[in-house]
Design a protein around this ligand. Structure first.
Ligand code: PAF
Length: 282
């Protein structure tokens, strides 16, 4: 495994791999790996010949007052996990390498898809994501790029960016990985204290409630959302950011739950903002 922190050095190494006919798989991350990240890397190893993982906590996708400074980091452990798994290249740039003095170019996906769900409460977040991922795609030039479905909106926005800008790669969404009790894996779970960790289960439980209401024939979005919210509010540390049922392809709200549908929740448990979702075809 080779570790690069300079863009040109990585580009050079990957150009040789490309000339050798290797199919390049890319897993962009912000590090502090859990089994969700590892599942993306495993999928990339299965599907491609040369796997590149980036570890970069991207400042431009954090708003003022968000957790950029305190975002959990453990480079030594992350590199060891990549090595053990058989990743070929890890890219670990400094902020100054990605955004040198005078940097001023951003890529923004406009329209409802970036203004709903997390976009409503995190203005500028998706502009930061599309800008950095665009740069990373230009550096790595992958054939396939692997992203976790836990960030369903991120997947939808990046997929749209790839289509809109005719990029020569395919986004591969990978399933949400969960702890044994159902909590979706997230680097931010480490912020939760013992009580909050238990209360955080209301997110996945609310999705199970939605699923059983659908099994019972309920199709009215508002009624399902009401019951999901009522369950989430049983946790004393919970503050709901959103509970929405949207069309999976354009993320617009729906009144009647039919078709390819995404149930999405974002909840603050204490100071920690958590998200979860469930996709269903009804
Ligand atoms: O999902 C993440 O970890 C980040 O948003 C990403 C895609 C690595 C961009 O910084």
């Amino acid at each position: 495994m080779q570790v690069f922190n300079e863009i040109n050095a990585l580009k050079h190494a990957l150009s040789i791999e490309r000339k050798d006919g290797k199919k390049i798989g890319f897993v962009p991350t912000m590090g502090f790996f859990h089994d969700g990240h590892m599942s993306l890397m495993k999928e990339a190893i299965n599907e491609t010949d040369c796997v590149v993982v980036s570890i970069f906590v991207n400042p431009t996708q954090f708003g003022p007052g968000e957790d950029f400074e305190s975002y959990p980091r453990n480079m030594e452990r992350d590199l060891k996990l990549c090595e053990e798994l058989g990743v070929h290249y890890v890219f670990t740039p400094e902020v100054s390498e990605m955004y040198p003095a005078g940097y001023s170019t951003f890529v923004e996906c406009e329209g409802g898809i970036t203004h709903t769900l997390c976009g409503a409460s995190r203005p500028g977040h998706f502009k930061g994501v599309t800008s950095v991922v665009n740069k990373l795609f230009n550096i790595v030039e992958p054939d396939l790029a692997f992203f976790g479905q836990k960030d369903a909106q991120q997947v939808a926005v990046l997929d749209k960016m790839v289509r809109d800008l005719n990029m020569n790669l395919k986004i591969i969404p990978c399933p949400i990985m969960r702890e044994n009790d159902g909590l979706a894996m997230s680097s931010r779970n480490v912020y939760l204290n013992a009580i909050e960790r238990k209360e955080a289960l209301v997110l996945s439980e609310s999705l199970k409630i939605a699923s059983s209401l659908i099994q019972d024939g309920e199709r009215n979005s508002n009624k399902i959302i009401e019951q999901m919210k009522a369950h989430i509010m049983t946790a004393s540390s919970a503050v709901i950011d959103y509970v929405q049922i949207v069309e999976n392809d354009n993320l617009s709200d729906i009144d009647t739950v039919v078709g390819d549908v995404l149930f999405a929740v974002a909840v603050r448990i204490g100071k920690t903002r958590l998200i979860d979702n469930m996709r269903m075809t009804i």
